[in-house]
Every structure is written in structure tokens, then in C-alpha cells.
Design a binder for this molecule. Structure first.
Ligand code: AHG
Ligand code: MN
Ligand code: MN
Length: 335
């Protein structure tokens, strides 16, 4: 009986309240922030799932600070996230991939700063391949009586108090951590409710999969070239080479790595010596999630992504993240 199965499932709301009750001194403001993000996720998911019908596909015609062509759905997602994050009054500043400068909300006394990629994987929108939203949450540094400023945004990965992503795929999945493990929720679009599908994700210590755009291989380091060749050699035990899986949306490639194990890489290249992915709102949040699930996330200098210093809000970083044994093996090639 379908209705019976719901009785056993925990809603996101119940999970948030439980987390808040277990956290001494919790004021409920972070809980409200997570609710607001979940609301935006439902609205964006609704739009993504009918994108082919309404005129939301295709290019908007503008380019963003990254010099990338902006898609209509990028802008729609950005607007929805900014408006949702402004509802509770708990967020004073928002950094978005789609905005050159940090966006001040109406509530200058808000306790939190949110950095986000409102729509990740934009190149996949028009071909109906999974896309997502990535977010990270920091406590503001400036005095609550002052106006928030860019210093509130220039924090380091280990300062994150929460991080997560939404994956708009065959189902809409919300994955987040507040530093006490990674939980996964799946949206029932009929009820408009997120239900807990995995309370604590543990990434396998090894996965026979590497995720990397081999189109860039010629301009990668020898370490990456030699590691990828090593992945293609038949394994001594199984006799099989590793498989390559690359979707081109970081949210999808990282989510698969989280559940099945393996490694996701976006290396530095000749054209992008610091890599393509943005440290603040792609690498930091994904590194927080990966580490909380038992994995490793490093950059080209073998530094923990969470500790790579941030000096500019749209700063890029090379990124290698995934199962501990996969990343440790890569590090041997980086010697
Ligand atoms: P975004 O759409 O937010 O710009 O992010 C796209 C990123 C990331 O999602 C993905 O891992 C990477 O771009 C894919 O880049 P390539 O197409 O160069 O492989
Ligand atoms: Mn992105
Ligand atoms: Mn994006």
C-alpha cells in the first residue's frame, strides 16, 4: 500500500527538526535556511522538468563574469535561489556564479553567507542530461551591526557550516551535510515533499571508475596522463581495466562517485592552469560532502581543497576528489 510506505519515511522537515534538537544552542536559523533552499530546489526542479515545454531552454544571449554563455535556466535558478535565500532574513550576503559581485540581501543583520552555483552543468540543459544546484553556507565574519562585505565571502573551505547540492535527474535529490555526515533526500513531486532516502552516506574506499574529460588529456600534467593510463591497465585481480564515466555535470559525476566510489577529476590544463571549477561554490562544498562521506579532495599541489586559500570569489581550482584509495593512488603519480 503506497500510503503505508510513506508512514515509515522521514520528511526533510522532520530530519531538520531532529538535527536542530540534537544540536545544543541551535536557534533554528540554519534549519530555516535549509528549508528555504529546499523550496528553491522544488521550484527549479518543477521548471527543469517542463523546460522542453516552456520557453526556458537555450541561451539568454548574455555572458557571465566567467565569460560563459548564460542559459535562461541559469538566470531562472539564480533568481529563485536569491529570492528563497532572502525570505528568512538569516542570509546577509550571497555569492553566485552568475553575479560578478556578492549580492547583499535586504537583511543586513543576517547571520549567514551563502555561496552558490545556481545551475551546474548548463551545457547539459538543452540535451536533457542531469544538472544541479550547489551551495555552501558560512557564518558571517563582520559585525552583525555593520553592512556585510566581501571579507564575509572570502573564507576558507573549513569555515563552511553546511554544504550540499540538488541533482535534477531522473529524480530530484537533495544531498547535504552540516558536518555530521551526509544525508540524501528524494523529492516526491506529487506531494512536493523531500523524503529521507539515505541518512548517512559512506563512500566506498575504492571504486573501479575514473571520471574525467579525456578531451583535455593532451594538455594535462604527466601525473594525470600516467594515472589515466594506469587506470586503463587490466587490474591484477579482476583482469579488467577501470571504467570511464563522465556526464559533464559536476553534481552528477560527484554524486555517482559518492555512491559507487571512484575518482572525479577536473585537472589544471595549459589553457586553464588553475582548472575550470570554481573553488568557493563548486570545489569547497563538494569537498566538504566528499570528506564527510569518508573520501579525499585535493588540488594539483596535493593540498586539501578545504584548506586552499581563497583570495577572489570566482577563483578557480584544479580538483581531484573521490574514494580514499583512488585519490591516494593518483597522489603517487603526483610525486
Ligand atoms: P557550470 O555549468 O556551472 O558552468 O558548470 C559546468 C562545469 C561542471 O559542472 C562540469 O564538471 C564541468 O563544467 C564540465 O566541463 P567540460 O565540459 O570542460 O568537461
Ligand atoms: Mn558549475
Ligand atoms: Mn553554473
Amino acid at each position: 500500500m503506497v500510503s503505508q510506505s510513506y508512514a515509515r519515511l522521514m520528511t526533510l522537515e522532520e530530519f531538520i527538526i531532529q538535527g536542530q534538537n540534537n544540536f545544543k544552542g541551535a536557534t533554528g536559523e540554519l534549519s530555516q535556511l535549509l528549508r528555504d533552499i529546499a523550496l528553491a530546489a522544488k521550484i527549479i526542479s518543477h521548471e527543469v522538468n517542463k523546460a522542453g515545454i516552456t520557453n526556458i531552454l537555450g541561451l539568454d544571449g548574455s555572458t557571465n563574469v566567467q565569460g560563459e554563455m548564460v542559459k535562461r535556466l541559469d538566470l531562472f535558478s539564480n533568481e529563485q535561489m536569491i529570492s528563497a535565500l532572502s525570505r528568512s532574513g538569516n542570509v546577509c550576503l550571497i555569492v553566485s556564479e552568475e553575479n560578478d559581485k556578492p549580492v547583499r540581501t535586504k537583511s543586513s543583520s543576517g547571520k549567514y553567507v551563502v555561496a552558490m552555483d545556481p545551475l551546474d552543468g548548463s551545457s547539459n540543459i538543452d540535451v536533457n542530461v542531469s544538472i544541479g544546484t550547489i551551495f555552501s553556507v558560512f557564518s558571517r565574519k563582520s559585525n552583525i551591526a555593520d553592512e556585510p562585505d566581501e571579507s564575509d565571502a572570502l573564507q576558507v573551505g573549513t569555515d563552511q557550516i553546511a554544504a550540499g547540492f540538488v541533482l535534477y535527474g531522473s529524480s530530484t535529490t537533495l544531498v547535504y551535510t552540516t558536518g555530521r555526515g551526509v544525508s540524501v533526500f528524494t523529492l516526491d513531486p506529487g506531494l512536493g515533499e523531500f523524503f529521507l532516502s539515505e541518512p548517512t552516506v559512506r563512500m566506498p574506499v575504492f571504486g573501479p571508475t575514473f571520471s574525467f574529460n579525456e578531451g583535455h588529456i593532451r594538455s594535462c600534467s604527466d601525473a594525470v596522463k600516467n594515472y589515466v593510463s594506469w587506470c586503463k591497465n587490466p587490474d591484477k585481480v579482476t583482469g579488467k581495466p577501470q571504467q570511464c564515466r563522465y556526464i559533464g555535470s559536476m553534481v552528477s559525476d560527484v554524486y555517482r562517485t559518492l555512491l559507487n566510489g571512484g575518482i572525479f577529476m577536473y585537472p589544471e590544463t595549459d589553457k586553464l592552469p588553475d582548472g575550470k571549477l570554481r573553488l568557493l561554490y563548486e570545489c569547497y562544498p563538494m569537498a566538504f560532502i566528499v570528506e564527510q562521506a569518508g573520501g579525499i579532495a585535493i588540488d594539483k599541489n596535493k593540498r586539501r581543497i578545504m584548506e586552499v586559500p581563497l583570495s577572489e570569489i570566482h577563483q578557480r581550482s584544479s580538483v581531484y576528489m573521490g574514494s580514499s584509495r583512488n585519490v591516494t593512488k593518483l597522489m603517487e603519480f603526483m610525486e
